[in-house]
Design a protein around this ligand. Structure first.
Ligand code: ADE
Length: 262
């Protein structure tokens, strides 16, 4: 996967040179090209922004340097997606990260200052936001996208299974994890995890992932990819917990064919 990041602040991208992303670049699983679009400014003063037509506070990014920088990118052998980071975009999510991880190249255009010329939007296949808050610029958003997409590229994470078991990968939050010691300050590790009984452990993990999601993020419920045995787990959860019981009606329409007991 190749990333090209168009920014006025390439020095902000130092975090991409550490840890897992550093290893991924060293092993050529990913590459990150930083392009300072100030290098494509037309004026002798290297201006990349100008006053807004119609008046108002602040400066607006000019279209020409960004168009020129995108047009000057080396040809991609494969598929390319151009993404503009802006608080007005579609909210970034794990499923978008998964979709984008299939491309050969992602081009990320970072907006900055108070805004950008509306015609810059035409360069982008997608506009994406990190959430309903405003950052000083798109750089942090671009770094988050590079990180979330890169870890889905086969080989970037050490263990193949670890990306699949994450929170959000099947629409659920991740189950609770424990390590030694079995008791810490009176807090016990659930006995089932120490039992060595793998089928029971998997059932417990699935149930706790469902519990977490229902209690912490009920907004995720419609997107959960339920498995046949989940129906029984959900019934058990509803009996154990009143606030989950409230959701009983809502999961009726998600109800799978109960053909298998977990
Ligand atoms: N630029 C400024 N705020 C942003 C946000 N919330 N998401 C993406 N890019 C941004």
């Amino acid at each position: 996967m190749h990333f090209a990041i168009l920014t006025l602040f390439p020095e902000m991208f130092a975090p991409l040179q550490g840890s897992i992303l550093k290893r991924a670049q060293n092993t050529d699983l990913i590459s990150i090209r930083l392009v300072n679009f100030r290098d494509y400014a037309l004026s002798k003063h290297n201006n990349v922004d100008d006053l807004p037509y119609g008046g108002g506070a602040g400066m607006v990014l000019k279209p020409e340097p960004i168009y020129a920088a995108v047009r000057d990118l080396p040809e991609t052998v494969g598929s390319r997606k151009v993404i503009l980071t802006t608080p007005q975009g579609r909210v970034f999510s794990q499923s978008l990260a998964e979709e984008w991880s299939k491309y050969t190249e992602l081009v990320l255009i970072c907006g900055h200052y108070e805004g950008f010329d509306e015609r810059i939007r035409d360069l982008a296949d997608e506009e994406v936001s990190l959430g309903d808050f405003v950052l000083t610029g798109g750089e942090l958003a671009a770094m988050v996208i590079v990180d979330a997409v890169s870890r889905l590229i086969p080989g970037v994470l050490g263990e193949a299974a670890s990306a699949q078991e994450d929170s959000h990968s099947d629409g659920l939050l991740e189950y609770p994890q424990y390590t030694r010691p079995p008791e810490f300050e009176g807090k016990q590790v659930p006995e089932i995890l120490i039992s060595g009984h793998h089928a029971k452990i998997n059932r417990w993990r699935r149930k706790e992932a469902l519990r977490r999601t229902f209690l912490r993020r009920p907004d995720l419920i419609p997107g959960i990819k339920l498995e046949p045995g989940d129906y029984f787990l959900l019934e058990e959860l509803a009996e154990e917990n009143l606030s989950i019981a409230v959701w009983r009606e809502k999961w009726q329409y998600l109800r799978p064919i109960p053909n298998k007991r977990r």
